[in-house]
Design a protein around this ligand. Sequence first.
Ligand SMILES: [Mg+2]
Length: 295
Amino acid sequence: VLAAPDGRVVLTTDVMVEGPDFRRAWSLPAELGWKAAATNLADVAAMGARATGLLVALTAPGSTQVALLEGIADGLAAACAALAPGCGVVGGDLTRSPTLTIAVTAIGSLDGRAPVLRSGARPGDVLAYAGRLGLAAAGLRLLFDAGEADVAAVQRLRAERADLLAEQLAPSPPIDAGPVAADAGATAMLDVSDGLLLDATRIARASGVVLDLHRAALDADVAAVRAASGLDLQAALAAVLGGGEDHGLLACFPADVPLPVGFRRLGDVRSGEPAVLLDGDPLAAAGWDSFAAEH
Ligand SMILES: [Mg+2]
């Protein structure tokens, strides 16, 4: 039973399937639950809403150990407690299937705010971001390099690059920044699920504007990726621009309002044919597309 004081409810859903979305060789059960919650909480936050509950539909092979399911449940609860206090699992379903999948539907309340869509950015706005960029993709790249079969290599990676892998396996996006951005007057917002360029392109197209990213504004992100992963400059920049799974909040704000705490300026919003530029130069919209190729 939904109680929505202003009559509007925010809903989002995101499914994680073993194989395309996660590998048991890389993730602990609690990390799977954490990530399933965090990705959905970020989608609620990107509307300017506060998450109030999760519905979780889980499928697993009949041979699955109960401890695995308990671990997933623990991770879901821990992520809610850490990222969206007051939110928790309110229902769901469990059934047998050859494939382990975790499908989460998140419910959110706008608490009287107007929803922040992708389509409201206007020329003259400031493009800003809350969260980290590129680290999740860099962590995934190191996991792919280690492979699935070499258990020792994965364990060594988990020990040596724990912080970096956490960005990929159990991310902590700035969920509370969503309602804060809405209150500050954000004109457009989404969470960066599929890569900065691709998600910025979604705002540019929906709003009919040009988003011009400042390369210098990404220097700290590129440096952080290089320091945490050992990737070279080009690979680090590619992770920052196109990596995906950052789940930070990309938002536009009117130029005359102070950026809310947690947000930093990444660029400008201008008029013109919808596009994303880097220091004024066109960029191809690279990013994650589930159907682009076999992953
Ligand atoms: Mg998302």
